[in-house]
Design a protein around this ligand. Structure first.
Ligand SMILES: *[C@@H]1O[C@H](CO)[C@@H](O)[C@H](O)[C@H]1NC(C)=O
Ligand SMILES: *[C@@H]1O[C@H](CO)[C@@H](O)[C@H](O)[C@H]1NC(C)=O
Length: 284
């Protein structure tokens, strides 16, 4: 079931090659806002890394990936972006969604049989609740929020207790995050919406959520999204999405602890780091 959603937009896997249009030569970096960015490959040969999140205290990116090409088996793994260490998390049934409580350096994971907290010492997930629920998505801001599959209901999880999230009780929720002004951004089949917490007045940012694969916040709590063709910033003043950079077949998006873009495509994890001493102008 899940895999259909992930596969729908991923039939064609192409190698990303950035051309310098004027001269038809290749530029090794990516230009964002007129600033050259190095393309740092963090992990290759991994199938559709999804739902990326970064623990700022260790600069580690957690994500899930598809274990097989065409079934519903996923695994949570991480890459420490400082040391490049890669590992898979143990003790979790079908780890799919992950989020971080940055204040307490806690990693939460949602899988096919509920919610888990990661034990850094034993390197395993420990079951904490929502037993028997298939977790679809998860986000931490002050408290833990999660949505379930296949009904796409949104819940809060406080002191071991799950409750439907009141502001969105009549709505399906797919991807969601909460920004620095307590606006919850979420997608459902109708589109991408922003909802001020405590109100029930959702504002439409994009009609149809088709192609939206990632929704995330940067270190300042600004909201970004990725689709099959790029990374976009959510602009709250104009209620629109503004393209930051073209990415071929982007699957997931997060930001590291220096606010660099970390994204995945169908086969790898990448970080984009600004370098003001380089450019794509091949004259030099
Ligand atoms: C998606 O959310 C909006 C805003 O709350 C709502 O109007 C719409 O009915 C929802 N769509 C689905 C499929 O639940
Ligand atoms: C809902 O929010 C939008 C955008 O913030 C605002 O323009 C509109 O007046 C609000 N509607 C109600 C009924 O509060």
């Amino acid at each position: 079931m899940r895999i259909l959603l992930l596969l729908a937009n991923a039939l064609i896997i192409r190698a990303a090659v950035i051309e310098n249009n004027e001269k038809g030569k290749k530029c090794e970096g990516i230009v964002i806002d007129e600033i050259y960015h190095e393309v740092e490959i963090l992990k290759t040969d991994i199938d559709r890394p999804y739902l990326l999140t970064v623990d700022y205290s260790t600069n580690t990116v957690y994500f899930s990936y598809s274990v097989n090409k065409d079934d519903d088996i996923f695994k949570t793994a991480y890459v420490n972006m400082n040391t490049k260490e890669y590992a898979e998390l143990k003790g979790i049934n079908n780890g799919f969604a992950q989020t971080v409580d940055q204040k307490n350096h806690e990693i939460y994971i949602g899988g096919s049989s509920g919610l888990y907290k990661y034990n850094h010492k034993t390197k395993t997930g420990e079951h904490i609740g929502a037993k028997g629920s298939d977790i679809w998505n998860i986000y931490f801001k002050d408290i833990l929020y999660y949505s379930t599959f296949p009904n796409q209901f949104l819940y809060t999880f406080v002191n071991g207790e799950s409750n439907r999230f009141k502001d969105l009780e009549d709505t399906k929720v797919d991807l969601f995050v909460i920004d620095n002004e307590d606006t919850m951004f979420f997608t459902n089949a109708t589109g991408l919406f922003g909802l001020q917490k405590g109100s029930q007045n959702a504002t439409l940012y994009k009609e149809s959520s088709e192609g939206i694969r990632g929704l995330t916040t940067d270190i300042n709590g600004n909201v970004y999204t990725c689709t099959a063709d790029g990374i976009f910033k959510v602009d709250k003043s104009s209620l629109t999405l503004e393209k930051v950079v073209d990415i071929d077949d982007a699957f997931g998006l997060a930001f590291d602890n220096e606010n660099n873009i970390v994204y995945s495509d169908a086969t790898k994890l990448v970080r984009l780091k600004p370098n003001k001493y380089k450019s794509c102008d091949l004259k030099n």
